[in-house]
Design a protein around this ligand. Structure first.
Ligand SMILES: Cc1ncc(COP(=O)(O)O)c(C=O)c1O
Ligand SMILES: N[C@H](C=O)CCC(=O)O
Length: 430
């Protein structure tokens, strides 16, 4: 594969951008080699600066549910930019999108728009702390909630990919207020709650973690967390930055029938524009300024272009529930195909699937938490990743990420991905 242009751009970028990228996971550090510099994307395909085109399973880390450059989104953006890019004042579309979010995710009675998933999670815990007058939070090992200080402890995604799940720069004072428990382990939560009685403001969790690879809840784990939080007056926050509007209209909370007190949302609600949001029970959200005393603000929050894109995206999803059955069918087809390849090649690796989120772990252990995920052979994943590129498929460049499917993937694309998985595994396993 010719990557001359990408190499030259990566070299140039090192001079003015730390590590040559604006978000660490993009740097290909854990898989080695040179990141691809992207020129454009359309439907299920992405094209780099060397004019290589790939079938794509990153989809901007989730939001491109309909595929790249979908007219439902691009037309909204084109229309909105004609009316200027930002006002720093309220607009009618902010009400429309808030109403739609509250309709689609009924646990959200009030919602505040911010500019990223990180802002959403940082703000949500501040509000939970203000509401409960408590300081500590419980975070689940391997979950990623953006780069807020409180969350960069046993963090997944780029943090674990770079080997720095505990980041320098986070003070001991902040770290001591973040209590950790393994995913799928109810006893660990019960112990933390007993040891910190009356001190825990919130439990924040990716209900279906996609930042340690994809891991699924088992044995009514989420229901049990709900019960513990109810009994102890702890605010249960579902971080649905990845899963919201992807797994179902109402996100993971709809799929598993568990109602959090607060929900954080991200990129999907902007159709790919930089957006985030947090919301939940009115009683809690009324603590947010100017309604209440917890301060949170944003010059560009509710940006009109992002709101236009997001409103069209959510309206489309709301009016086309068949999107979710179609995505799930595509997910099933891909997972079945990969399972068949693994069986044929006699490889004991794990495939995890939920709806249109999917992942292969290079381990023979069942993966129920971060420790299990870390038994994966990351070196093999790196080789597999590069083989997949050679075979025309662009995966997230880390074992500790989920793959995201879009509606634009055709049956033929799915067969191409399965064939690429087979050829790549054969090359990796020798
Ligand atoms: C579950 C989850 N929460 C929060 C974030 C942070 O979002 P952002 O990168 O937009 O700050 C991400 C992704 O990065 C995420 O996957
Ligand atoms: N896992 C992250 C988002 O979902 C990866 C994106 C990033 O950090 O750049």
């Amino acid at each position: 594969m010719n990557n001359k242009q990408s190499k030259s751009l990566f070299d140039k970028a090192q001079h003015t951008i730390p590590g040559g990228v604006n978000s660490p996971v993009r740097a290909f550090k854990s898989v080695g080699g040179t990141p691809l510099f992207i020129k454009s994307a359309q439907g299920a395909y992405i094209t780099d600066e060397d004019d290589n085109s790939f079938i794509e399973l990153i989809n901007s880390w989730g939001p491109m549910i309909l595929g790249h450059a979908h007219p439902v989104i691009t037309s909204a953006v084109q229309e909105a930019v004609n009316n200027s890019l930002s006002f720093g004042a309220p607009t009618a579309k902010e009400i429309d999108i808030a109403e739609l979010i509250c309709e689609m995710v009924p646990s959200i009675e009030k919602v505040r728009m911010v500019n990223s998933g990180t802002e959403a999670t940082m703000s949500a815990i501040r509000v939970a702390r203000g509401y409960t007058s408590r300081n500590k939070i419980i975070k689940i090992e391997g979950c990623y909630h953006g780069h807020g200080d409180s969350f960069l402890i046993a963090a997944g995604s780029g943090a674990v990919t770079m080997g720095v799940p505990n980041s320098p720069g986070v003070t001991d004072g902040t770290a001591k207020d973040t209590l950790l428990a393994p995913y799928n382990n109810v006893e660990a939560i019960q112990t933390l709650v007993a040891e910190n009685k009356g001190e825990i403001a919130a439990l924040i969790i990716e209900p279906v973690p996609g930042n340690m690879g994809l891991v699924l809840p088992k044995d009514n784990y989420l229901q049990k967390l709900r019960e513990i939080c109810d009994a102890e007056g702890i605010v249960l926050i579902f971080d649905e930055v990845m899963t919201g509007f992807r797994l179902a209209k109402g996100g993971a909370q709809e799929v598993f029938g568990v109602t959090p007190d607060m929900t954080t949302l991200g990129k999907i609600i902007g159709g790919g524009m930089p957006v985030g949001a947090y919301g939940g029970k009115a009683e809690i959200m009324n603590f947010v300024a100017p309604a209440g005393p917890v301060y949170q603000a944003g010059t560009l929050s509710g940006n009109p272009v992002a709101m236009a894109a997001g409103l069209n995206m959510l309206t489309y999803l709301n009016e086309h529930p068949e999107v979710y059955t179609e995505l799930a069918a595509k997910g099933e087809k891909l997972a079945e195909g990969i399972q068949a390849v693994l069986k044929e090649l006699n490889l004991p690796y794990q495939v995890t699937l939920l709806g249109s989120m999917i992942c292969i772990f290079f381990t023979e252990n069942e993966v129920d938490n971060f420790a299990d995920a870390q038994t994966t052979n990351t070196e093999k994943f790196g080789k597999f990743f590069h083989q997949m590129l050679e075979n025309g498929v662009y995966l997230p460049p880390s074992q500790y990420e989920s793959w995201f499917m879009s509606l634009a993937l055709t049956d033929e694309n799915i067969q191409q991905i399965i064939a690429a998985v087979k050829s790549s595994l054969i090359a990796v396993e020798g």
